[in-house]
Every structure is written in C-alpha cells, then in structure tokens.
Ligand binder design. Structure first.
Ligand code: CP
Length: 307
C-alpha cells in the first residue's frame, strides 16, 4: 500500500489499528520483537527535513530495520537532474521495503507510486499533502484532549501552500461534530479541493482573518509558518502580525483545556517566549511523530507484529 494522501485513511483504521499500536510502541512494547528486522527504508528528499526524516530513520532503527537515503539538491545539484520516476524505478530494484519521498512539487508522491512496487510514503509533496504529519497531529489531539469528536479547531496561516493543514483538514473530517475555523489572509485562503471536500461532508466551517475573534471557542489552534520562500505574495502574510500568530492576547482568550499545535519548523507566528505556557503542544506533537511512524511502518509490514 502506498501512503499518498490523508483521505485514504478511515476512522476505523486510525482508532482501531494505528493509534493503539502507536500507544504500545510509545510505552516501549514490541521493540524486543524487532518487528522491522531486515526491513530497509530509503529516504529520497528534495527538500530538507528534521522531524519527518529523522523520526522515520529512528523508527526503523528502533524496530530492528535500517534506513539510508539521498537529499537531492543538497550539494548544488539541480533538482531535476534526473527524472523522479527513473530514480524510483532504480530504487525498486535495490531491495528496499519502503521509499519515503519528500518532493518539492505537488503530485510527486503519486508520480512515484505510479512506477513503484515498493510502498511510497509521501513525506510532503510541495503544497500538496503531508499525510503522516496529519496522522501524528490527530494522534496528538487524541492524547492531549482525550477525544476526537465534537472538536472546534482553528487552522491558521498560509492555508493555500501549507500541506500540513491540507492533510489535517481531510483527516479531521473522519470525526463527528467537527467545527473548523479557517484563519488566513484573503490571498492565502484554503484551497478549493479542501473546501469542496468539507462542503460535501457537511462539515461546519468558517473562513476568517483574525484568530482573536474565535480564540475563546477553540479546543485546538493549529498555527503554521508563512511559506515566504514558496511564493512572493506570501510575504503579505508576515505583515499581518497578530491576526495569524500566537500572542499573549490569543493565549489569554484561549480556554484552559485548549492546545496550540504547530508542525514545525516555526517562525514568528509562535514566539519561543510563549513556550512556558503548557498549552503550547508543538514539541509533544513532534515527539508523537516517532511512535506514530513506528506504528505506520509496522502496519505496512503486516506479517511482523504479533498482537
Ligand atoms: N513537520 C515537518 O514536516 O517537519 P520537517 O520539515 O522537519 O520534516
């Protein structure tokens, strides 16, 4: 099975398989079985990464497997020096069990999957999706808030070019009685494919420009970085300080039980000076990535985990 987009995954799979296994792995169970022994992962990254790449590498090592890889473009090489499809076809013949791909353009994971017998795991494709980020995000909400139904969530920032919020919006629709606030500058509104998906499923959502208007209603605020490098007009987003950032004022309005999430790396929208507030959950969120990715790799190797 390839892991390409968040819409592939059901509530039943998340709650019945992924999350229980992630909880067991987080407690240190199953590691002695070395469920990924002799399994090999290759990471092929066209953009840099700390969390995604290293958590998958660690997941393989901790469960008895191995990982190696290539950061394309890291040494001044042109990103398009070789066709993606050709690289993936070659890797298929080198005995890997998983190919973890981060591509700089939307659709990269799907292109790779079209020529791959080996499972492709989308580690982020341009402004498209980041499905394993959404898995760990939803797992974090479950761990922190204790439920996934009846949530009020604000997705904040660059909702046009941020793949994490695309995938999270899709995955949150799996749960009932969801209310979404989509907080962004007019120029960076949520993409039409996400909006249509929400509308088809009768998800209650509202688009607005100022997080402070709804902060007191929220269970989760998911704030993201401006992708100023991706498109020039995203620079306008930086200028709107306060509307799309976590500030003392936003924290004062936020309920006590609420959490602030961020996929990291962060920018000015989540100042480190606020980290002493226990509702800032971004580092706990990143930590959950290891257990969730260990569980995902085990589930992609179904013969390897005994109940
Ligand atoms: N959240 C996330 O994808 O982080 P990295 O870019 O470090 O992988």
């Amino acid at each position: 099975m390839h892991v390409l987009e968040a819409q592939q995954f059901s509530r039943e799979w998340l709650e019945g398989e992924l999350f229980p296994l992630a909880e067991r792995l987080a407690r240190g169970e199953l590691k002695e079985q070395r469920p990924l022994r002799d399994r090999r992962l290759f990471w092929l990254f066209y953009e840099t990464s700390t969390r995604t790449r290293v958590s998958f590498e660690s997941a393989m090592a901790l469960l008895g497997g191995s990982a190696s890889g290539l950061e394309v473009g890291a040494h001044g090489e042109e990103l398009v020096s070789e066709r993606l499809e050709d690289r993936v076809r070659v890797l298929n013949d080198y005995g890997y069990d998983f190919i973890l791909l981060r591509y700089h353009q939307e659709g990269g994971a799907r292109r790779a999957a079209a020529v791959s017998r080996v499972p492709i795991i989308n580690a982020g494709d341009g402004a498209g999706q980041h499905p394993t980020q959404a898995m760990l995000d939803v797992f974090t909400v479950q761990q922190e808030i204790g439920r996934l139904d009846g949530l009020t969530v604000a997705l904040v920032g660059d909702l046009t070019f941020e793949r994490s919020t695309n995938s999270l919006a899709y995955l949150l629709t799996r749960f009932s009685d969801l209310r979404l606030y989509l907080v962004s500058p007019e120029t960076l509104r949520v993409r039409s494919d996400v909006r249509e998906y929400l509308a088809e499923r009768d998800i209650r959502y509202q688009e607005l420009r100022d997080l402070r208007e709804v902060a007191d209603k929220l269970d989760v605020v998911y704030v993201t970085r401006a992708h100023t490098g991706r498109l020039q007009h995203a620079l306008r987003f930086d200028a709107a300080d306060g509307f799309y950032s976590i500030t003392r004022e936003v924290l004062d309005r936020l309920p006590k039980h609420a959490i602030v999430m961020h996929p990291l790396p962060r920018g000015d929208e989540l100042p480190p000076e606020l980290d002493d507030d226990p509702r800032i959950a971004c580092f706990r969120q990143a930590r959950h990535g290891l257990a969730v990715r260990m569980a995902l790799l085990c589930l992609l190797s179904p013969d390897r985990v005994s109940p």
